[in-house]
Design a protein around this ligand. Sequence first.
Ligand SMILES: NC(=O)c1ccc[n+]([C@@H]2O[C@H](COP(=O)([O-])OP(=O)(O)OC[C@H]3O[C@@H](n4cnc5c(N)ncnc54)[C@H](OP(=O)(O)O)[C@@H]3O)[C@@H](O)[C@H]2O)c1
Length: 269
Amino acid sequence: MSQVTPSPLGTAVVTGASSGIGKVYADRLAARGYDLLLIARRGDRLAALATELQDRFPIRVEVLVADLAHPDGLAEATRKISADSAITLLVNNAGTSSVEPVAQTSAETIAKLVALNVTALTVLTSAVLPRFLERNAGTIVNVGSVVGFTGYPWVPIYGGTKAYVLNFTQGLKQQLAETAIRLQYVAPSGTVSEIWDVMGVPMSSLGEGVLMDTEACVDAALRGLDDGEFITAPSVHDESLIRNFEEASTTLLAATQQSQPAPRYSPRG
Ligand SMILES: NC(=O)c1ccc[n+]([C@@H]2O[C@H](COP(=O)([O-])OP(=O)(O)OC[C@H]3O[C@@H](n4cnc5c(N)ncnc54)[C@H](OP(=O)(O)O)[C@@H]3O)[C@@H](O)[C@H]2O)c1
C-alpha cells in the first residue's frame, strides 16, 4: 500500500528508528497516519522498516542515514529538518548509554554520549522550532529516562545527559508557554531494547518482570501525549510522585531568588 498524497497530519521525524523504542514509535505514528522521516545509522534496517510501513499503511516514509553523534551527520539531519515544511512532530529518541565506571570511561565515549543524547537532541529541537513558531503548532517529544530524575550510581554520565534533557525540555516549555507548541518528556524505566547490548548488559541478567515491553512503553508514552502530559513516566504508577517532584523543583528554584546568603552561611565566630 502506498500513496503520493502528503498526510494531512504532516511528517513525524523519529530519530533512532532502526530499533527498540524508536522503531515502535515509527510503527505507531504510521498507524496514526503520519508520513515519516526515519533517522539512524543502520540504513538497511531503516530501509526495511520504511518498506514494511509503506506496505501496511497509506503513508510516505523517507529515511536518512546519519550518525547524529558526528558533526557531519548532525549537520545533514539539521539541514533536512530545517528545509522540510511538512514536519509537525519531532521524536528525539536516538540515545546511547554506558555502564562503565566514570573513572574508566574514555574521553571518546563521554563525547559520544553527550554528542548524541545532549547536542543532537538540542540542535534538532532548535531546527524544527522556527517553522513551529511560524505556524504556532507542532510537537516535540524528548525521550529521556527515569535516571534523569536524580543521580543513579550505575550510570552517572548517561543519567546526567538525561537530566539535561529533562531540564532543557522544562525550560523550553516555559519559553514557549504563550504558544500552542507541545512538549513532552518521556521517561522510560528499563525497557526491552538493543541498548542493553550496547551497554554489554544481558537483558537476561536483570531478572523476571524488570523490563517493560517496548510496545507497552511507547503506547503509554503516546497515551500521555494525547492526554497533554508534560512528563510521562510509563512505569510510575503513583502519579502524585511526578507532580510533587515538579512542584518541589519549582519551589526550590523560586526560593533561590535572594541576594543575601542564607543565615546558616554567616561568618563563624
Ligand atoms: N531501553 C531502556 O531501558 C531505556 C530506558 C530509558 C530510556 N531509554 C531511552 O530510549 C531511547 C531509545 O533507546 P532504546 O532503548 O530503544 O535503544 P536501542 O534499541 O539501542 O535504540 C537506539 C536507537 O538510537 C540509534 N542511534 C544510536 N546511536 C546513534 C547515532 N550515533 N546516530 C544516530 N542514531 C543513533 C540506534 O540506531 P543505529 O544504531 O542504527 O544508529 C537506534 O535506532 C534512548 O534515548 C534511550 O536512552 C531507554
